[in-house]
Write a protein that binds this ligand. Structure first.
Ligand SMILES: Cc1ncc(COP(=O)(O)O)c(C=O)c1O
Length: 315
């Protein structure tokens, strides 16, 4: 994509990326490594998912599998849907979302605001039951039989990794000196794999750590459990997660993640979601283990505004 002429973006799509990196000041113990957080909520829909939505659409355009006049389809409960709805709005593709009444009304409304057409798969009592995602996938698969449909199929789409490589390249440009460790919570694994690829290409020796909710530590223990951290811990190994690109998996306590999200807002002015809190808990563990003189990097995935309807910031 060409650079903006004289600082003006040709479209809102050029406002994706180039997000700031902030050094944590107060919540890092004095004798510990530096913890740097990339504020991905500066992206247009307030989430790093804008990066992967753009790459899923533009890589498909480049291959010719997505052409003008076609409709884009995805099943999603929230952030990816909002990002895809945004990208499709700018590019002029109709976007059909298979979603459910089990997901927050604000997220469904955000997708509608960007002009998406929602197909609601009814839930049982508003709960995310184990059969819900398979039913949503089936509905998307059915729609995708139409040759006029392009199904982005995020869980299996390696274009996501390409989109997140840019995040990794930006880190290399923004941070002086070596990155000793990078950690991030895994959903599709697109972000972690993209950053790992960019760092490896630059011969970085950074230790790559995948994070997951301790109560559903499928990657570390093979056992899925209940958790409430949106977007991560899918209860199986995400197809894009390649063991050659990370060194370790850690389970992080969800309660600590939620408390950290609140501390980030109150002490550092970083207003983000639960998975961002979880990322910072992981980064602080690493900072204490590696000690002073080291640099640990993680990301604030999305804005706290997306969590106002829940109880994260209540009280
Ligand atoms: C809020 C949130 N955090 C973290 C993630 C995990 O990112 P990735 O899918 O790139 O592994 C997601 C993905 O949906 C998410 O929505």
């Amino acid at each position: 994509m060409p650079l903006p002429a004289k600082g003006v973006c040709a479209s809102a799509l050029q406002a994706i990326g180039n997000t700031p990196v902030v050094r944590l000041q107060k919540i890092v113990p004095t004798i510990s490594a530096d913890v740097l957080v990339k504020l991905e909520y500066f992206n247009p829909t307030g989430s790093y998912k804008d990066r992967m939505a753009l790459s899923m659409i533009e890589e498909a355009e480049a291959r010719g599998t997505l052409r003008p006049g076609m409709t884009v389809v995805e099943y999603t409960g929230g952030s990816t849907g909002s990002s895809l709805a945004f990208v499709c709005a700018v590019k002029g593709y109709p976007f059909k979302v298979v979603s459910s009444d089990a997901f927050a009304r604000e997220k469904l409304q955000t997708m509608r605001a960007f002009g998406a057409e929602l197909m609601i798969v009814p839930s049982v009592g508003g709960q995310v039951t184990p059969d819900l995602t398979p039913r949503m996938i089936e509905a998307a698969r059915e729609l995708a039989k139409d040759p006029g449909i392009y199904w982005t199929d995020q869980l299996h789409n390696a274009d996501i990794i390409t989109g997140h490589e840019k995040l990794g390249r930006e880190l290399l440009e923004q941070i002086e000196g070596p990155i000793h460790a990078f950690c991030g919570a895994v959903g599709t694994a697109g972000m972690l794999m993209g950053v790992a690829r960019a760092l490896r290409q630059a011969n970085s020796q950074a230790r790559m750590i995948a994070l997951e909710p301790a109560s559903s530590a499928f990657l570390s223990t093979g056992k899925a459990g209940t958790h409430h951290v949106e977007g991560i811990g899918i209860g199986s190994v995400p197809p894009l997660l390649d063991s050659a690109f990370y060194d370790e998996v850690r389970g992080i306590d969800e309660g600590e993640a939620r408390q950290m999200a609140r501390r980030l807002a109150q002490e550092e002015g970083i207003f983000a979601g639960v998975s961002s809190g979880l990322n910072v808990v992981g980064a602080l563990q690493l900072a204490q283990e590696l000690g002073a003189g080291h640099t640990i990097v993680t990301v604030a995935v999305d804005t706290g505004l997306k969590y106002l309807a829940g109880d994260l910031y209540e009280g």
